[in-house]
Design a protein around this ligand. Structure first.
Ligand code: GTP
Ligand code: MG
Length: 393
């Protein structure tokens, strides 16, 4: 699950599509995007904590699409309901009425343990439970013995990576002191995070939200590789996490396609560049949780792949783009150097990240991509990235 197609697979499936084949490229991207999304699988997380501590608020701040607001979720057991939504590759098991009197606590633990085991036994990695966030309200100032025991059981018997989340931490110093108190219990948790999921306003002060980005970043570390891109997609709190995941995809693409030695590609192979780069854009788009519509695909084809095509086949319009990179030229003697292809692919990937961030932040919409001036801006992004590459050499 969640593996890029190899160059050979791409060649077999799409080898005939070169840069000049815009229509085919658009069709390929829209279709592959859906397959790639399906291949993301799911990250599966349990969020527990007493009623009113801010679980739903945290879910809405951490993930796209206001998941907790979209409905109550399907009851899974008496203690758990599952929140999921088409198009967001995450399942959140939200605990219901966890008040932790003895009887209730036992029931909840049993039900969570059963869920974890049942999923493991079913043998579908896409459904394995990956971790648990346990929420404690900052101003409760108490972390009861029953809660500690619950956390210990989850970490040891259920073998879940557990993150403690101190919620509504609008008084930072107070929350840090509370954390120090909790640390004394030496619980088997990965980290104790302070979080203010929504801004807090009082008569005298206003506190901006913070901490959810750190929580989603440290949680990523506890996830198996197979669930990481799903996590990157579903979370909305950390742009840095998305960028790091996107950069890893560029690196993976360049290494896979051109190898460490940047071998020259015979011109007959240059045709495979378009599907390779298209596949990179698709995987990056799925990191940002953006839908690759036909109009986004058209924009990629005309702006990014259009420029690349012009460059690789040495058309005059942007042939000078390549001159910006010392040591590489246009196509000489029927080959394109692997270094040229790699440099171009890096620049395209980086420029695409900038575009994705603008779409993610709402600075641009997919509709904007249809107008000429936006496309010119995108071309400029790519030129800037190529120029940066020259600066780095
Ligand atoms: N300002 C601010 N209010 C918060 C924050 N987190 C929670 N709240 C408020 O605390 C109340 C309870 O939050 P919920 O997110 O509904 O709590 P919950 O844990 O989902 O509660 P149950 O679903 O009943 O278990 C709501 O009024 C929230 O608006 C926060 O980070 N900032
Ligand atoms: Mg709730």
């Amino acid at each position: 699950m969640d593996k890029p197609m190899t160059t050979d697979e791409l060649r077999e499936k799409y080898g005939a599509i070169d840069y000049n084949n815009a229509e085919e490229l658009i069709r390929m991207m829209v279709k592959e995007f859906q397959d790639d999304f399906n291949g993301l699988g799911h990250a599966n997380i349990i969020i527990a904590g007493k009623t009113g501590v801010g679980k739903s608020t945290l879910i809405n701040a951490a993930f796209r699409e206001r998941l907790a607001a979209t409905g109550m979720g399907e009851p899974v057991t008496k203690s758990l309901k599952c929140i999921e939504k088409k198009g967001v590759p995450i399942r959140i098991y939200d605990t219901v009425g966890l008040e932790l009197d003895e009887a209730r606590k036992k029931q909840s633990i049993d039900e969570i343990r059963d869920l974890v085991e049942e999923k493991l036994q079913a043998g579908q990695p896409d459904e394995f439970i990956h971790c648990l966030w346990y929420c404690i309200q900052s101003d409760s100032d108490r972390f009861e013995a029953a809660e500690q025991e619950f956390v210990r059981t989850m970490a040891t018997e259920c073998e879940l990576p557990v993150f403690l989340v101190i919620t509504k931490a609008y008084l930072k110093k107070h929350a840090r002191d509370f954390r120090a108190e909790i640390q004394k219990f030496n619980l088997p948790v990965k980290k104790i995070c302070l979080v203010l999921a929504e801004a807090y306003a009082d008569d005298d002060f206003r506190m901006a939200p913070y901490g959810v980005d750190d929580l989603v970043q440290v949680t990523l570390e506890a996830l198996p590789d197979s669930a990481r891109r799903a996590w990157a997609n579903a979370q909305r709190a950390s742009l840095v996490l998305k960028r790091v995941a996107a950069e890893a995809i560029i690196k993976q693409t360049v290494t896979m396609a051109f190898g460490a030695g940047y071998n020259p590609l015979p011109m007959s192979d240059a045709a495979i560049l378009a599907p390779i780069q298209a596949s990179m854009f698709i995987r990056i788009t799925n990191v940002y949780g953006i839908t690759l519509t036909k109009s986004l695909a058209a924009s990629i084809a005309s702006s990014f792949l259009g420029i690349a095509g012009a460059t690789v086949v040495g058309r005059t319009l942007v042939a000078n783009l390549l001159k910006m990179i010392p040591g590489v030229g246009t196509v000489v003697g029927g080959t394109i150097s692997g270094g040229t292809a790699a440099a171009l692919t890096w620049a395209m990937g980086r420029a695409y990240i900038v575009l994705m961030e603008k779409l993610f932040n709402g600075e641009l919409t997919v509709e904007d991509l249809e107008n000429e001036s936006t496309r010119e801006k995108i071309t400029r992004l790519l030129k800037d990235e190529l120029a940066k590459h020259r600066g780095e050499k």
